[in-house]
Design a binder for this molecule. Sequence first.
Ligand code: ZN
Length: 287
Amino acid sequence: MIVSATEMLKKAKAGHYAVGQFNINNLEWTKAILLTAEEMKSPVILGVSEGAGKYMTGFKTVAAMVRAMDESLGITVPVALHLDHGTYEGAKTCIEAGFSSIMFDGSHYEIEENVAKTTELVKLAHDHGLSIEAEVGAIGGEEDGVIGAGECADPDECKRIADLGVDMLAAGIGNIHGIYPENWEGLSFETLDAIQQKTGEMPLVLHGGSGIPNEMIKKAITLGVSKVNVNTECQLVFAAATREYIEAGKDKQGKGYDPRKLLAPGTEAIKAEVKAKIELFGSANKA
Ligand SMILES: [Zn+2]
């Protein structure tokens, strides 16, 4: 059932668990995540980056595929189709394309411009029944070439953006995208706590959820994180399972080259990964 992320995140915040956002890249990814969420009776968020949207030939294609698949698989758990790190233009395109949720990442703008653009998109998203995520304090990692420590957001700026009526707020607390370097200093729980104290009921979003130790994720959830984004881990397990299949020569046995066979181990690996994350985040049986 495709819905906005508003209700599922309010419930998560109140119930002290988090909903996973798993990014999709193609049909196999989408199918694996939807089937696992249904099996676990967990709400779920499908994240689509602008790059992945382009790869899948556009946001309209993505929305059509996800909506049709949700129906044909008979998915009953709440599913949000969410734009990840949207630009101003990308956010508008997704609202028209049939997404149920968007993220506007204005963290690279000065705070005044972030406020102005977020304000406009909050109205547009809500007029169309979508939920919206905003971001304060850039999240480091491969996306902007910063490797080492992630930024920490200013709690007062978080409060300002939260008050614009967004449904969820991403704030940098030392987290980064991609694979964490060995010298990573860990999450700043001090920053997270200060942000939660200022923003109250606002569901907070932890980006770069791949590679953060489980204990840190659990602690972050106790401090108000209600959505955790996972992308890299699914890519790594998919690649490893596919590599194993090919290195074992299975693509050369019988019709092992059939893409439905070739991509099956990777798809199963994504399912196992998503299942483990849903258990860690505590969202099983919360649909
Ligand atoms: Zn992110």
